[in-house]
Design a protein around this ligand. Structure first.
Ligand SMILES: Nc1ncnc2c1ncn2[C@@H]1O[C@H](COP(=O)(O)OP(=O)(O)OP(=O)(O)O)[C@@H](O)[C@H]1O
Length: 482
């Protein structure tokens, strides 16, 4: 264990940043990135050694890895905070999952930085932490919840999902309303459950209501309940979802489909914290946290007069945008593995694995039904594939006729025709969002080609694409190509 290096002290600024990581390449990258900055950088390859220096020369900010051989990053942070609770600690993790994100927020980590990180993002995080520390910023202490111990099986290694986890970590302890945006099957309900299970309300009910699935005329009584005789057919009193969720979380799925008159009632409940059952005279008080979800563009609905703007503001305090599966292709192999194993266990069958070609092929499909569709494929294959190894010919026909195969035709000049065939097929299957589906696939192909042609030299690849380097970085990140 060695203390590696220390840059000369700056005369202007006394901020000191510690980088604690057993991985020399990370220390090197961060040190190089911080070279021109007006603060001192001190590198440690072990948290144990860093702790020895803590009381004699405390740093302004610490950046630490989470997985290190002699002590993990969370334990290290706790030890640091026993000495000085105010030092901001930025936790880096390569295998960031939701639990890590939440654990680092429930503890006192300043931020959580998923690896591989964008260097500019890392620097701006460090600078924010320094600023806060030098200005005497306060440390927010969260209550730990019983359910934070439960593993949450939400797969998301791709950068876009890391951002989702980061927000969940931040808001799960707060009683704010959250609006989740995402296409069908992207995991909106799963995320809503995670928000509940990680909240102090975890022991109270989580009640879900799909606004689009309930006939309009029944929705009001479904939400707020009714008294006996309130309308024809109301033979007995009924408790609505709001009351059922008292103390807990009410998940309102497809909120964009809520009729306008009910939106008005919902807004009133959110403002007053009380409501009347249909036909009732006594106000009912319910302390409910609302998590709403939609696949629609809410701002568009407001413009079209189909959704109340004031209600949108009220719901939209925190927004979580879950990316479509095709925008986080990195997660596809993880999800395939996860669901092949899970489905095999639940069906009592042998777990099957994918031939590499099949995995690559599936990673490039547009997945209009997102994770739900992927999961169904795994169930189907677990039952139907003849061998332990799943090959191309074992895939259902509709998958084998997918876009990747069509576009890999021999004649290079024919690609617009093949694209047209794909578009026709797509539309014939009754789906919407043709351009939204096609664009990321198109960009992914071009980016991959340019990166390979330039031997992954970003600057050159950007040039080949006719883009600036930042555009390439942004697009690759959005497509999960990092
Ligand atoms: N990141 C993920 N990791 C593991 N499983 C996931 C993930 N996202 C979604 N799923 C699974 O995919 C299925 C669909 O998810 P969910 O019902 O939450 O989607 P949704 O966005 O609410 O869909 P809809 O808009 O159609 O109601 C569920 O079985 C869920 O467990």
């Amino acid at each position: 264990m060695t203390e590696i290096t220390q840059q000369p002290a700056s005369t202007h600024d006394q901020a000191v940043v510690w980088i604690v990581d057993d991985d020399a390449s990370i220390r090197w990258v961060l040190e190089a990135a911080l070279e021109d900055k007006p603060y001192r950088v001190k590198l440690f390859d072990s948290p144990t050694l860093a702790l020895k220096h803590l009381s004699s020369a405390p740093p302004t900010v610490i950046v630490t890895d989470i997985r290190m051989p002699d002590m993990d990053g969370m334990t290290f942070m706790e030890a640091v905070h026993e000495v000085d609770a105010k030092i901001p600690v930025i936790i880096m993790t390569a295998h960031a999952d939701l639990n890590t994100a939440v654990r680092s927020y429930q503890s006192k980590a300043f931020e959580y930085l998923p690896k591989p990180f964008d260097i500019d993002e890392a620097i701006s995080l460090i600078e924010r932490a320094i600023k806060r520390q030098l200005s005497g910023g306060r440390v927010v202490k969260h209550r730990a919840t019983a359910s934070s111990k439960q593993p949450l099986n939400i797969i998301g290694g791709a950068p876009a999902m890391q951002e989702v986890f980061r927000i969940i970590g931040r808001v799960s302890q707060l009683d704010v309303t959250v609006l989740i945006n995402g296409e069908t099957g992207t995991g909106k309900e799963l995320i809503a459950q995670a928000l509940h299970e990680l909240s102090p309300r975890a022991d109270q009910p989580f009640v879900a209501l799909n606004t689009a699935a309930i006939p309009r005329e029944l929705l009001e009584s479904e939400l707020f309940g009714h008294e006996k005789g309130a309308f024809t057919g109301a033979h007995s009193q009924r408790i609505g979802r709001f009351e059922q969720a008292n103390g807990g979380t009410l998940f309102l799925d497809e909120i964009g489909d809520m009729p306008v008159d009910l939106q008005t009632r919902l807004l009133r409940v959110l403002n007053d914290g009380s409501f009347y059952r249909v036909g009732g005279r006594n106000p009912i008080h319910a302390k409910v946290r609302i998590v709403a979800a939609t696949h629609q563009n809410m701002e568009q609905l407001v413009r079209e007069g189909r959704f109340r703007e004031d209600l949108l503001y009220r719901l939209n305090i925190i927004r979580i945008k879950i990316p479509a599966l095709r925008e986080r292709a990195d997660d596809i192999p993880l999800l395939l593995k996860f669901y092949m194993s899970k489905e095999a266990k639940s069906l009592g069958l042998e777990e099957k694995h994918f031939d590499k070609d099949v995995e690559v092929f599936l990673s490039r499909l547009p997945w209009p039904g997102n994770v739900r569709q992927l999961r169904s494929l795994c169930t189907w294959l677990t039952i139907m594939a003849p061998d332990k190894l799943v090959r191309m010919e074992d895939l259902p026909l509709e998958f084998r006729q997918g876009p990747t195969q069509v576009v890999s035709g021999d004649d290079n000049e024919d690609w617009p025709i093949l694209l047209r065939q794909w578009a026709d097929q797509f539309l014939a299957s009754g789906q919407e969002g043709l351009h939204t589906q096609a664009e990321p696939m198109f960009e992914r192909v071009l980016i991959e080609a340019a990166l390979q042609a330039s031997q992954f030299h970003r600057q050159n690849a950007a040039k080949l694409l006719g883009w600036g380097r930042n555009t390439l970085t942004r697009k690759s990140q959005a497509l999960g190509l990092e």
